[in-house]
Design a protein. Sequence first.
Length: 368
Amino acid sequence: MPANSAPDAPQASTFADGLESPWGMEFMPDGSLLVTERRGRLRMISADGRDISSIQGIPRVDHRDHGGLLDVTIDPAFASNRLVYLSYTKAGRGLHIDRNSLTVARARLSDDGSRIDEFKVLFRQTPGAVNGQNLGGRLAVSADGYLFITIGDRHAPQDRMRAQALAYYQGKTVRIRTDGTVPDDNPFAARHGARPEIWSLGHRNPQGAFVHPRTGQLWIAEHGPQGGDEINVVRKGLNHGWPMVTFGCEYDTCAKIGEGTSRRGMEAPLAFWKTPKIAPSNLILYTGDQFPAWKGNVFVGTLAGKAVWRFELAGEDNAPRVVRREALFAELGERIRDLRQGPDGSLYLLTDGAKARIVRVARADSML
């Protein structure tokens, strides 16, 4: 965003740097940040951004293709229980060493923040998959104790239809309790042959997720193929269409995929990008006071698009519609892997790559 002397103008500055291929981040109550690096490091960044340390006790991850240590989030009661949740890819064993599984675990962060212990695996995608792309892996925790996990279709064209099959986790969102148990009211918990954790189906590669604080609904951002990136409001048991319907097309040839852009019984996205491909990462609902005009807006980070998209919404929380959208911070020229709202209402953007940083976007008068 161009420099602006107005006191309420958003200004971008480096908050912290020296990160290697980060994927996810989360604020803790004291303003410090947890950041994952895909090679298997969990980092803690002090509230002022000056100190970065490594947290010990992280499990071995399978850092191939797009895999590794992915997302991190904290328990709603973190201030008292110190619980964190991690998603990562875990390699198979024996004859299945070429496969890996998206895995989610819970652990306790020590009081001094130096290590995690009491490690417990809550979810593991089975069977594992050979292809290491389109993993999903974003986590979102609801205030009432449910953990949502996004899972991609794993990219292989011959396996795409698994996103429509309830016997597979591929192309789904799943919902478990924060202790790893499966809620009885999950939509397919009692269906023979279905995976009981499944919450919704028909997704390609959802890499963004949050739980709306008022409705409790899961919102996700997901990659299409060539074009067709989407924002979806996910409701219990619904089918979001992939690969039967999409606004995208095949890579290279742009050949048609599926049956078109709509089909009875399949949910239309809240918003989509037909072309060019922007590759959405995480998304958040802005609730801060630092930028009053942005309150209630949804922000989406993008990788290929190298920008942050802002969406203005209208209508009821349960039936939102997009009335305006714009791309911001394209002048940074960086892939945005994650974004969060800070305790002071600033936006924090996590860039992607071997030499990555965290960019703070704050009012000009707060930067003085």
